[in-house]
Design a binder for this molecule. Structure first.
Ligand code: GTP
Ligand code: MG
Length: 597
């Protein structure tokens, strides 16, 4: 989503990221581009120059960027890392990358994945650490069109030899990264040489100016993205609340591909299937098709229960991977190193999932591309090739195939601490890689012996469905069973928010709740109890997870009805009975199930 609005007819827009070592002149290049293409609001340049004079400060083109921050009223909204200018050919959105964090956040979250990069190098200082590091990031993040701007040529007396030396050295470095710059351009941003007008002071150079070169860049067209496999990450699920309207809208932005009303779609990782019934877009006429780049909503049939973070795909196209293990190239910028055994959060498209580092294959120092082997962790500013494992399966693509859904960020304690691209899907581990769970020394009594003592078997009872009084019901069932001599124990987690908000319960929270509950249930079931719990807003996948956790004990599912989207069979569906009847019915069936002999 871009943060500016223009009042003219829509035109082509190209997103440029500008990177380079500190003080090499990024902001000055941008200021020049704004000024020399006539993209500044009227009088702005004069105003800033005047202010500088008044304060006896030398004028800097970089000041124009700050001055523009207050230009909202001009119909241009500019944030610290973004501004735009236009040429006769098209609009440009420039992402100034002041630091790694901004840059990576922008790039990886896809909020502004750049279509081209300008790398700025100070002719006098030459290639510095970040010049290399940024080159690496650009290659890693898959920006294919790169232009190198050798700035401050005035400080090198506009000498060709200085320029050639940098071109030679940096060109070789980029070669190793498989980046082939479209051009190296000698400029002086301060003096406006070779920015818009060809320089008369560097007649030895006969290549394009900066503007000439970027106007020649290719814009991967929306139509090209629209021909790729369909990928629609579900961002949100809205529920209409008007009387009688029970529709839900799946909202998000189509990353790639095209979809039509009537198309069959699959949601991953859940594997649920539905058909597109309508395309909803704010303030537009009714339409039957939607494609890459559009922020839309869909209604579907049947109205299955879905969670934000699911990836919507079409069954007849290239399928994404669904799994939990993958190999990736990552760039780490966290203060604390990336280490094994710690759980981080992985964000990919709209999905968030817990993730662990399994293995560091190698670490590359991005500033000299030296590979360091045998490193067990990834330190700040390192680039590493690593194996990761998420705590549950998720849907992803290999970045080479579809980079929109093959790029991710890693979050450590609420901070974006790294980003990366997926290189390969790996087979799922045969056994859980979890090594830090304690080994218990367990009771020698067999479940049969225990059942003989208790007079009944263990059983896990889960109340699902959307009935608001589930908890009260569960407690009554517990009570009744206890009176009847069954060792029953009720425990469930308190729901987050109101019933309606249950649809928005964060995916990870739910998953965590289910695993904690499952483990607790398992302990009590091992002790021979009838464990009763309530599962809110679960779907087949959650229930499947829970079932695995309580295994080998059996799970007795009571569906309390009302808007339940489960598809897996339940043991008892409560319908239109009084609460008392419901309790009796449930207890009768439970007693039947736990009977010894
Ligand atoms: P950071 O945002 O701090 O990383 O710096 P930057 O890369 O945006 O550099 P900026 O544009 O702020 O320029 C840094 C200094 O270099 C300023 O004092 C500029 O005036 C100066 N500078 C930029 N371009 C040129 C140039 O072509 N020639 C000369 N002589 N100085 C320049
Ligand atoms: Mg700057």
């Amino acid at each position: 989503m871009t943060s500016f609005s223009v009042s003219t007819t829509p035109e082509e827009r190209l997103r440029l990221v500008i990177v380079g070592h500190v003080d090499h002149g990024k902001s000055t290049v941008i200021g020049r581009l704004l000024a020399d293409t006539g993209s500044l609001p009227k009088g702005k340049l004069e105003q800033v120059q005047h202010n500088c004079e008044r304060n006896a400060r030398p004028f800097e083109y970089a000041f124009l960027l700050d001055a523009l921050h207050d230009e909202q009223d001009q119909g241009i909204t500019i944030d610290s890392a973004r501004c735009f200018f236009r040429t006769a050919r098209r609009y440009y959105i420039v992402i100034d990358a002041p630091g790694h964090i901004e840059f990576l956040k922008n790039m990886v979250t896809g909020a502004s994945s750049a279509e081209a990069a300008l790398i700025v190098i100070d002719a006098k200082e030459g290639i510095r650490e970040n010049t290399r590091r940024h080159g690496y990031l650009i290659s890693m993040l898959g920006v294919r069109q790169v232009v190198v701007v050798v700035n401050k040529m005035d400080l090198a007396d506009y000498e060709q030899a200085t320029f050639e030396r940098i071109r030679q050295e940096y060109g070789q470095f980029l070669e190793h990264l498989n980046i082939h710059p479209l051009s190296f351009i000698p400029v002086s941003a301060r003096h406006g040489e070779n920015i818009v007008e060809p320089s008369t002071r560097m007649s030895w150079y006969d290549g394009p100016t900066v503007i000439g070169q970027i106007d020649a860049l290719e814009k991967p067209s929306a139509d090209t993205l629209a021909t790729l496999p369909f990928r629609f990450p579900v961002q949100d699920i809205y529920k209409f609340t008007e009387a009688g309207d029970d529709r839900r809208i799946l909202a998000g932005t189509i990353e790639t591909g095209t979809v039509h009303v009537g198309d069959a779609v699959t949601f991953l990782p859940s594997g649920k299937k539905a058909r597109i019934v309508s395309v909803e877009q704010f303030n537009t006429p009714i339409r039957r098709t939607a494609q890459a780049g559009q922020a839309v909503g869909f209604t579907i049939d049947p109205q299955i229960y879905l969670k934000p973070g699911e990836l919507t795909v079409k069954p007849n196209e290239l399928p994404p991977h669904v799994g939990s293990r993958f190999r990736a190239n990552i760039f780490w910028m966290g203060h604390a190193p990336l280490i094994r055994h710690q759980v981080y959060k992985l964000k990919i498209a709209t999905k968030r999932v817990g993730v662990r580092l399994v293995e560091v294959l190698n670490v590359i120092d991005a500033s000299d591309l030296e590979t360091v082997h045998n490193k067990q962790q990834v330190d700040r500013h390192d680039v590493g090739e690593c194996v990761f494992e998420t705590i549950r399966p998720f849907a992803f693509d290999i970045a080479r195939d579809l980079d929109q859904t093959g790029r991710f960020v890693l979050v450590d304690q609420y901070e974006i601490a790294g980003g990366g691209i997926i290189l390969e899907a790996l087979p799922e581990p045969a056994v859980s890689s979890e090594t830090d769970t304690p080994q218990w020394d367990r009771s020698a009594l067999s479940p049969e012996e225990r059942a003989a003592f208790f007079g009944h078997r263990a059983l896990c009872v889960a109340l699902t469905g959307e009935a608001p009084e589930k908890r009260a019901l569960a407690a009554k069932i517990e009570n009744r069973l206890l009176y009847e001599g069954v060792h029953a124990y009720y425990l469930s987690s308190v729901p987050a928010g109101t019933d309606r908000r249950e649809y928005r319960v964060a995916d990870d929270d739910r998953e965590d709740q289910i695993s904690t509950l499952g483990e607790t249930a398992h302990t009590l079931l091992s002790a021979g109890h009838v464990f009763i719990t309530v599962l809110d807003g679960v779907d087949d996948y959650d229930l499947g997870q829970f079932r695995r956790l309580v295994d080998p004990f059996s799970l007795f599912v009571i569906d309390t009805g009302l808007l339940s989207f489960q598809q897996i069979p339940t043991d008892l569906r409560l319908e239109a009975t009084t609460e008392d009847e419901a309790v009796s019915q449930a207890c009768r069936l439970i007693r039947d199930r736990v009977k010894v002999g």
